[in-house]
Design a protein around this ligand. Sequence first.
Ligand code: NAD
Length: 438
Amino acid sequence: MSKAPSIATPVAPMSHPLPSYLQANNLGPWGVYLQQVDRVTPYLGNLSRWVETLKRPKRALIVDVPIHLDNGTVAHFEGYRVQHNVSRGPGKGGVRFHQDVTLSEVMALSAWMSIKNAAVNVPYGGAKGGIRVDPKTLSRGELERVTRRYTSEIGIIIGPNKDIPAPDVNTNEQIMAWMMDTYSMNQGSTATGVVTGKPVDLGGSLGRREATGRGVFTVGTEAAKHIGMDISTARVAVQGFGNVGGTAAKLFAEAGARVVAVQDHGGTIFREAGLDVPSLLRHVANTGTVAGFAQAEVIANDLFWEVECDILIPAALEQQVNAGNAGRIKARMIIEGANGPTTPEADDILHERNVLVLPDVIANAGGVTVSYFEWVQDFSSFFWDEAEINARLVRIMREAFAGVWQVAQDNKVSLRTATFIVACKRILHTRELRGLYP
Ligand code: NAD
């Protein structure tokens, strides 16, 4: 009888070549993620023998989402749910509704969730979902039908102990409520813990809506101390004025910073003396965009990247900071509210220009941290007050950021590589402890 291999048995570097859509030269978001893993591999020591695990999603589901439109016709949309890694716990990550969503993008976003969840040490693996649809073209009824059919289709792989979706671009508390209800109907009992980011009256958590922006503000404030920047006099430019960008802008403005430029899908606005953020938030709530805000001047979208500022917060979509604009950015610090906003080429340019980049995988982890609190509260059916939630969030973010900062100093690497070092070691350590089945 052959001896069972020990957990220390090395695996072949690549037992089967990666298919083309998984390869690093496919420079969509997934290719960017693979390059980031390659950069960190030399720092993983013995655990690097397991690194192949990080280069393939564990499970990827593509679903057809047919719905009746209000005009009586039937429309089909493509939906995805990807579980990148579940070594540390159930999959966790948002659901994006956007016309440009692709499987490659969802794979990358799921992988970044694995890294992020490990970086702040919440007991989750990484997952993400999406539907290729522009929700702005749908009526409320159509949006509900798309959400419910998608939830039903991915219902075979999600669940409170398996994989827990949350909001992302163009999804919100109402969509989480429909997802929770659909899953619960199919199960035959109410399962509030199947999604996070729900309305507070349905098992949601206080503080969840602002959590990602609050995390962005917290790590930004901590980093500012290290580089001697005074937040109360800083000028801030924000791309994306939704959940993340809007909240981050509000908190920076409350701390005294001047929010001088904001860009969203509708255009770019600028005000040297600082925008009135509460008024701008009201304007966006009423009109859906920053465009048309009276107390600001309009500037060309491309000029956004050249605005004189100390802090730049990309909080919209991927690959916005790229080789084409990284050389023109004036900020001393970039806080990645969005997932994957900076390309590897831009990372190198910014590093050379001494611009400090606080990477997504730590900077925007506040959302999933409070999602974790929501999930815990749902299981125990005992809800905390907002002050407790915010205090716990700030503590976790500060501790995680301090750890990452130290690793960056010790290894003389960027904060992105340092965060990947911390996170990949945690994931691969659990991988090694669990071993391979069978
Ligand atoms: P949202 O839908 O609330 O807001 C998105 C914003 O981006 C809007 O202001 C929109 O106008 C803007 N935008 C869209 N296309 C644009 C374009 N081409 N140019 C400029 N602006 C554009 O979404 P959100 O939840 O705030 O998410 C924003 C980013 O933050 C995404 O990358 C998301 O993955 C990431 N993120 C969100 C959370 C969360 O808790 N919501 C957590 C972590 C990371």
